[in-house]
Unconditional design. Structure first.
Length: 132
């Protein structure tokens, strides 16, 4: 009774007809490493993710958009702060003008409208009478 090697059995020859024992030691190691890598690849069923680059590009685009929005936000914030300072200066100027107007009003009342005690009209005097 004879046995034949199974199709899955490994042969001791390389693809070019050389036997493994006749290969240099470094090539023998390299061939073993390649076979191991092939085996691991098949075991893990690794394949390239076709959407990876697309997701990376989308991420980069979102990152750029976010940076642009942040820059726009910072510019708006600076404009807002500048406008607030301008309004504060205008408010202070209006307060000074109001105080000055109040002071002027008081001066006008003092000079144009004498005190109530001196503003009582004197009794009319008759044209022929003299008090001397």
């Amino acid at each position: 009774m004879t046995t034949s090697p199974s199709p899955a059995a490994r042969s001791n020859s390389s693809s070019n007809g050389e036997s493994l024992s006749s290969l240099p030691r470094w090539r023998h190691f390299l061939l073993g490493a390649c076979n191991t890598a092939r085996h691991l690849g098949a075991t893990l069923n690794w394949r390239r993710d076709p959407g990876y680059e697309q997701r990376v590009m989308q991420y980069e685009q979102r990152k750029i958009q976010h940076e642009q929005l942040m820059l726009h936000y910072e510019q708006r914030k600076m404009q807002h702060e500048l406008r607030m300072k301008q309004l504060e200066n205008e408010i202070e100027q209006l307060r000074r003008e109001n105080a000055r107007a109040k002071d002027l009003s008081a001066l006008i009342k003092q000079h144009c409208f004498p005190d109530a005690s001196s503003s009582i009209p004197l009794p009319p005097t008759e044209p022929g009478s003299s008090s001397s």
